[in-house]
Design a protein around this ligand. Structure first.
Ligand code: CTP
Ligand code: MG
Length: 250
């Protein structure tokens, strides 16, 4: 199916990166000598299946000029201003997709280490048996439910819990309808699969990749830099979610 359909990739790079607490949004932080979002942009463009890329940027634009026009990225034809939430940015990105789009691939710029094979495999896995495909990775640790006071209230069957990643592939018409339905009902979905499922579509999961982690906090950025530099990552001691627990262990 993939070989005959026009594929548009939407790269979401319009977030504020508030949990990173950096001077600039994380997707513009330095990663290997370039702004972070360039790396996943190149990977998307590098896929033989991707025909067109829509880049969703903040209304303020990147902090330093981005000479994308001069970089030979012929597949990029649209820059779009993002919205207040990821879903708003997605919605704007979808509206900028060419009419010919049959399949849309949505990726977080905050997952810069996405391997090309995963982009291709997600797209190849979108067949007639489903309307969307997402990469997932298993949970290596025992899973617990906690109360707001951080008391363990339940143990969760680990084999049923998976961590969802991007890129996520969807039949374009299905995702467009799912986003419209979410906007009407007030659902704020975290990813394409949540929106597709809520609208009654079928989503298949395939195996993702550990290296395709999302840069959320500073230690993730340090990890990504270490991976790129080919040196062992330095463990950060910061534990903001559990300050009291960390204090006891010190
Ligand atoms: N994103 C976006 N538009 C938004 C919010 C998020 O395009 N209004 C993008 C981010 O740039 C990122 C991806 O969606 O590539 C995943 O979101 P997340 O990791 O939550 O990034 P931020 O929202 O920027 O970070 P935070 O939640 O810490 O503020
Ligand atoms: Mg966010």
């Amino acid at each position: 199916m993939i070989a005959t359909r026009f594929v548009t990739a939407v790269l979401l790079a319009a977030g504020k990166g508030e949990r990173m607490e950096g001077a600039q949004a994380k997707q513009f932080a330095d990663l290997g000598g370039e702004q972070m979002f360039f790396r996943p942009l190149r990977t998307l463009i590098g896929s033989e299946y991707v025909d067109h890329v829509v880049l969703v940027l903040p209304s303020t634009g990147p902090p330093s000029p981005v000479p994308i026009e001069n970089m030979g990225f012929a597949k990029i034809r649209a820059y779009v201003e993002g919205g207040a939430s990821r879903q708003d940015s997605l919605s704007r990105g979808l509206k900028a997709c060419p009419k010919a789009t049959g399949i849309v691939l949505v990726h977080d710029a905050a997952r810069p280490l996405v391997p090309l094979w995963l982009v291709d495999r997600v797209l190849e896995s979108l067949d007639d048996s489903c309307d969307g495909v997402i990469p997932v990775i298993p949970l290596p640790d025992a899973a617990k439910e906690l109360s707001p006071e951080k008391m363990v209230t339940a143990s969760i069957e680990r084999k049923n819990i998976w961590r969802a990643q991007t890129p996520q592939a969807s039949v374009f018409s299905a995702l467009t309808k799912a986003v419209e339905a979410a906007e009407e009902s007030g659902l704020e979905g975290e990813d394409c699969s949540q929106l597709l499922i809520a609208a009654g579509y079928r989503v298949r999961a395939i195996e993702g990749d550990q290296l395709n982690f999302k840069i959320t906090r500073r230690e993730d950025l340090e990890m990504a830099r270490a991976v790129i530099a080919g040196r062992p990552p330095v463990r950060s001691r910061r534990r903001t979610a559990f300050p009291h627990i960390w204090h006891h262990r010190r």
